[in-house]
Ligand binder design. Structure first.
Ligand SMILES: C[S@@+](CC[C@H](N)C(=O)[O-])C[C@H]1O[C@@H](n2cnc3c(N)ncnc32)[C@H](O)[C@@H]1O
Length: 549
C-alpha cells in the first residue's frame, strides 16, 4: 500500500442518488462535482464580524494578532494549496485583514491554510497509532475545534496519555437495514492491521495528527473532556474560543451580507423569525446602532436562551427575544384579546400591546371612548419599547402569542433548511428528495406568515444555507406567483452570484419552477466552489407593495 494514498484527505461526498441526479440536472455535472468537492473542505479563512458599538476593526486586528500569536497559532499560508483571491475582499499575503467590500470594513478575515500533507510517521513494520472520530467531530475539527471525548469512536490498543496518533473519520455507509451507519461499535480496538474494522474505508480520510490528553481507557470511560489536542491539521484555521467575547462574532460572510440586504434603519421595528443563535439578529441591531426595536424569535427555548446570552454579551439593548413558532407568528385575535386590549387602554398600559402580548391591529381595536389605539400609540412616548424587555434573564424565556399583521417595517426569515451549503460536510446521504420537499413546504408555511407581518412599503428578506434550488429559487417563484404585491428588490452589497433560471420536472409528476429570466441577478447565490470560498447560501429580498391590490 502506498501510504500517501492512505494517509491523506481526499473525501468524496456521498449523496442520495435521487438528490444527486436532481442537483446534476440543476447545476450540470461539472459544476455540481466542484460544489460537492468544495463542501468537503472548510473555507480557507475565518470571517469575524466586529461589534462596532464596542470597538473597531483596527483594535480587533491588533488584539487578535497578539492573542493568536501568543496561542502559538500560525497561519502557515505557504503550505496552503488554496488561497482566497483579492476579489473577495481579502488582502493576499496578510494573515489578518479588513474586508474590502464597500461598507464591510468592520468584517475581519483571518487567513487559514490547507490542505496540508502530513507525515504520520508510517513505516510498514510500525504503522502509526490511530484514533477514529465521528463525522460531526471531524467536521468541527476541520473548522479548528479540538477532539472531545464523545467524538472518539475507536482507538488503537495500548495508547497512553501524550502519544501521537493519526486521526481519521468514520463516515456513514449504507447498512443492511436500508439506513446508514459507521458499521462498528464505539470503543473498538484498532490493531493497525488490515483486519481492523473500517480499515479500507478510512483510506483518504485522515484529518490530522493529534497528541492524546488521556489514555485509551480514559477516552471510553470519561463522559466528557478533551481527548486529544490536534498538533498537525490538514486545514489550519484558528480557534476564537473565549477570544474578545462581545467584541467579535465569528460569522460567515453571506450571513453578514444578509443583514445588509435587509437594510435595517435606525428606529425601525424588525422581526427576525428564526433567530437563534442570534448571529443575524445582532448584526441587524448593530447596523441600526442599537436604536429601534428588533424582535428575535425562535421555536426552541434553549436556543432563545442562546440569543439572550449573545445579546447580553454584545451589550445590545434594542433586541427582545421570544419563544415563538414561526408557523404561528401571526397572532389570532379572539374576544379575550379584545377585552385585554380595552383593559389595557383603560389602565393606560398600552405598552403591553407592543411587547410580548400584542393583541390587535389599530384598525381592529378601539378603546372604550372610541379612540383608536393607533392614535394612542402615536401619542405615547413610552410605547416603543414596551414592558418586559430584558426581563428574560437566566433561564427564563418569554413566550409570544404572535404579532399583528403589518406590524413590522422589515422581516428576516432565515429559514431552517437542509443546510446543504454548510462546510465542511462529509456526508449528505440522509437528505432525500422527500425530505428536501418537506423542507420547502415548511419554509413556505413560514413565508406565508412573514408576508402578513411586514407592512406595505416594508421589506422581507428570505435566506437559507442550502444549495437546494427547491428551498431557494422555488420559494421565490412561489412567493412572486402567490403574492402579487411582492417584487424582488436589488441587494447591496451584491457579492453572491446569480440564481438559477428554469424548472425541473420529476418522474413522479412533481414540478419545481425556479427563476424566470431577468430575476436571476436580483438574488444572491453563494456557490461554495466559487473564488469567494464561502458556504453555500441564498438571499432573496422582496419589496412589499400595497396589499389590497
Ligand atoms: C438557520 S437557523 C437560524 C440562524 C440565525 N438566523 C442566525 O443567523 O444566527 C434556523 C433556526 O430556525 C429555528 N426554527 C426551526 N423551526 C422553527 C419554527 N417553526 N419556528 C421558529 N423557529 C424555528 C431553529 O431553532 C434554528 O435556530
Amino acid at each position: 500500500m502506498d501510504p500517501s494514498e492512505r494517509y491523506c484527505y481526499k473525501p468524496t461526498l456521498r449523496w442520495n442518488c435521487e438528490v444527486e441526479e436532481f442537483f446534476v440536472k440543476a447545476y450540470g455535472a461539472d459544476r455540481f462535482a466542484q460544489i460537492s468537492e468544495a463542501l468537503t473542505r472548510p473555507s480557507c479563512y475565518s470571517c469575524i464580524r466586529v461589534n462596532t458599538l464596542k470597538t473597531t476593526s483596527d483594535t480587533v486586528i491588533k488584539k487578535l494578532s497578539v492573542l493568536l500569536q501568543e496561542s502559538g497559532w500560525q497561519s502557515n499560508p505557504a503550505g496552503g494549496a488554496s488561497s482566497p483571491q483579492e476579489s473577495n475582499g481579502l488582502e493576499k499575503n496578510s494573515f489578518i485583514s479588513k474586508c474590502k467590500i464597500p461598507n464591510l470594513d468592520y468584517v475581519v478575515f483571518v487567513q487559514g491554510s490547507g490542505p496540508h500533507t502530513i507525515d504520520y510517521g508510517y513505516t510498514e513494520e510500525n504503522p502509526p497509532k490511530e484514533v477514529i472520530v465521528s463525522r460531526k467531530c471531524a467536521e468541527a475539527v476541520l473548522r479548528g475545534a479540538r477532539v472531545y471525548v464523545p467524538g472518539v469512536l475507536a482507538c488503537s490498543a495500548h495508547v497512553e496519555k501524550g502519544e501521537p496518533v493519526a486521526v481519521s473519520v468514520a463516515l456513514e455507509r449504507p447498512g443492511t437495514d436500508g439506513g446508514y451507519g459507521v458499521g462498528f461499535t464505539r470503543g473498538t480496538v484498532l490493531q493497525g492491521s488490515e483486519t481492523d474494522p473500517y480499515y479500507f474505508e478510512r483510506n483518504g480520510l485522515y484529518i490530522g495528527q493529534g497528541t492524546t490528553t488521556m489514555s485509551r481507557a480514559g477516552m471510553f470511560r470519561e463522559p466528557n473532556g478533551v481527548a486529544l489536542e490536534m498538533t498537525n491539521r490538514v486545514f489550519n484555521l484558528p480557534s476564537f474560543r473565549d477570544l474578545l467575547e462581545g467584541d467579535i462574532f465569528l460569522q460567515n460572510l453571506p450571513s453578514i451580507i444578509t443583514a445588509h440586504a435587509l437594510d435595517p434603519q435606525e428606529g425601525e421595528k424588525i422581526l427576525d423569525m428564526c433567530a437563534a443563535p442570534g448571529g443575524k439578529t445582532t448584526a441587524i441591531a448593530i447596523l441600526m446602532k442599537d436604536k429601534g426595536e428588533v424582535i428575535a424569535a425562535d421555536r426552541s427555548h434553549n436556543k432563545v436562551l442562546d440569543i439572550q446570552n449573545l445579546v447580553a454579551e454584545m451589550g445590545l439593548k434594542c433586541i427582545t427575544c421570544y419563544k415563538l413558532d414561526a408557523l404561528k407568528s401571526v397572532r389570532q385575535i379572539d374576544e379575550s384579546d379584545r377585552q385585554d386590549a380595552r383593559e389595557c387602554v383603560e389602565s393606560e398600559s398600552i405598552q403591553r400591546l407592543e411587547s410580548s402580548t400584542p393583541v390587535a391591529t389599530s384598525e381592529q381595536l378601539t378603546n372604550a371612548n372610541g379612540t383608536s389605539i393607533a392614535e394612542l400609540r402615536k401619542n405615547s412616548g413610552k410605547m416603543k419599547n414596551g414592558v418586559g424587555r430584558h426581563d428574560s434573564v437566566g433561564g427564563r424565556v418569554e413566550r409570544s402569542k404572535g404579532f399583528l399583521p403589518n406590524s413590522f417595517d422589515r422581516v428576516l426569515l432565515d429559514a431552517p433548511c437542509s443546510a446543504l451549503g454548510l462546510r465542511p460536510r462529509l456526508f449528505a446521504g440522509e437528505d432525500t428528495m422527500k425530505s428536501l420537499r418537506a423542507n420547502a413546504k415548511y419554509q413556505r408555511g413560514m413565508f406565508d406568515q412573514a408576508v402578513q407581518l411586514v407592512r406595505p412599503g416594508g421589506v422581507l428578506v428570505y435566506s437559507t444555507c442550502t444549495i437546494n434550488p427547491g428551498e431557494n429559487e422555488a420559494l421565490v417563484r412561489y412567493a412572486l406567483d402567490t403574492y402579487k404585491f411582492l417584487s424582488l428588490a436589488s441587494q447591496h452589497p451584491k457579492v453572491g452570484g446569480p440564481g438559477l433560471i428554469g424548472s425541473c420536472q420529476f418522474s413522479d409528476g412533481y414540478q419545481e419552477e425556479w427563476l424566470r429570466p431577468g430575476e436571476e441577478d436580483l438574488v444572491q447565490r453563494f456557490d461554495p466552489s466559487s473564488q469567494l470560498d464561502t458556504m453555500g447560501f441564498f438571499i432573496a429580498k422582496f419589496n412589499v407593495g400595497p396589499k389590497d391590490v
